[in-house]
Design a protein. Structure first.
Length: 359
């Protein structure tokens, strides 16, 4: 038993999830998204397991350089592209690929003096209105990049969904139509589907899929659960009981005295708090698992500790407390704290111990 909060990462679950994704999109290449420290699971540790992915996607160049320094030789795509033209020499030296998503990048890439050409993924704004070449500018961008000796041909063409996690939202079909109309007969492999696209929109699969959250065993669909898609959560986030104490009916518990005991009961004090990445706004009633049984959090989550109402249960000092994992979905906790699973996974702090296991 760890004396610190523990994020236990099951690499067998990762391989299982990759197979589920492959079964959903059997004819596609996989660009596995590893940004934000592999969604909080450990960048290099996850990359080392993904033998079957054809490429890795990260947000920024420092993440790509960490992968290269860690011995990763697979293609790596910078999903936000390059921020400044002076990064292009490093991109060439490290054999990175770039997403190009606005005309300033197009012009900088065309004007650059590079030792060798680079792979470009030309991103179109099909309706999310975040990153991407406007449809009206696509022909100009495509022509400039197609003629440039700095760009390996053919380019790849991509877009990104805004609402694919909502199966009934009309925006996804609208985006698909805009993308198809925009590219016309342009030559290049297609990449559209994120995790939600892989799960919910098979018509978006194209040549490359870009799974992120689904790799880690979390449902990418609104109000979804991993089990619905036969995914297995990689992470079990846990800590331990450091004290058990009685409280009387009417006693106030925790900062702000926000919870008053409605009866005589017993509390387990758990060594977990927002200093470890557990959400401070978890409301009273948010469940944890102790010895496989659900118990509710009471009072405010503090920096280092959280209190749990265990009633008359015999809970021993040092008992493991699961905050989320295979038997307590992180999706459920996210809904209770009015956020998304991504944020909970990415917010785990450096004082949490990580342990990697396989079945």
């Amino acid at each position: 038993m760890s004396r610190r909060p523990l994020a236990q990462i099951n690499t067998s679950a990762l391989l299982h999830n990759v197979q589920i994704i492959r079964d959903l999109a059997p004819n596609c290449k996989i660009l596995a998204v590893l940004k934000a420290n592999a969604y909080g699971h450990g960048l290099l540790a996850v990359a080392a397991q993904l033998k079957d992915a054809q490429a890795f996607g990260v947000a920024r160049i420092d993440e790509a350089l960490m992968l290269r320094a860690g011995g990763i030789v697979k293609p790596i795509v910078l999903l936000e592209g390059f921020f400044h033209a002076d990064e292009l020499s490093q991109i060439v030296a490290s054999n990175l690929q770039v997403v190009v998503h606005h005309m300033a990048q197009v012009d900088a890439l065309v004007k650059a003096e590079l030792e060798s050409p680079i792979h470009v993924w030309l991103k179109i704004d099909s309706g999310m209105h975040r990153l991407g070449i406007a449809p009206d500018d696509f022909a100009d961008a495509y022509q400039k990049l197609s003629k440039s000796p700095n760009v390996l041909q053919p380019m790849r063409l991509m877009t990104h969904f805004a609402c694919a996690d909502e199966p009934d939202h009309p925006a996804t079909l609208q985006q698909l139509a805009v993308f198809k109309q925009t590219i016309g007969d342009a030559i290049g492999e297609i990449s559209i589907a994120n995790s939600a696209g892989v799960v919910g929109w098979p018509q978006s699969h194209g040549d490359w899929i870009r799974p992120g959250l689904a790799l880690y065993g979390v449902s990418p669909m609104t109000a979804g659960r991993s089990a619905q898609h036969k995914l297995r959560p990689m992470m079990t986030f846990s800590s331990s009981v450091i004290a058990v104490r009685p409280v009387k009916k009417g006693d106030a518990v925790g900062y702000g005295a926000t919870w008053i005991a409605p009866r005589d009961t017993r509390l387990a004090i758990v060594a977990i708090g927002y200093g470890d990445g557990y959400p401070r706004n978890a409301p009273c009633g948010t469940p944890v698992l102790i010895n496989g049984v659900r118990y509710p959090i009471v009072g405010r989550v503090s920096m280092d500790m959280t209190t749990v109402d265990i009633g008359d249960a015999e809970i021993e000092h040092g008992a493991q407390v699961v905050l989320w994992g295979e038997q307590l979905p992180v999706e459920e906790i996210a809904e209770l704290v009015q956020t998304i699973p991504y944020e909970l996974l990415c917010n785990i702090t450096s004082r949490v111990q990580f342990r990697y296991i396989s079945d």
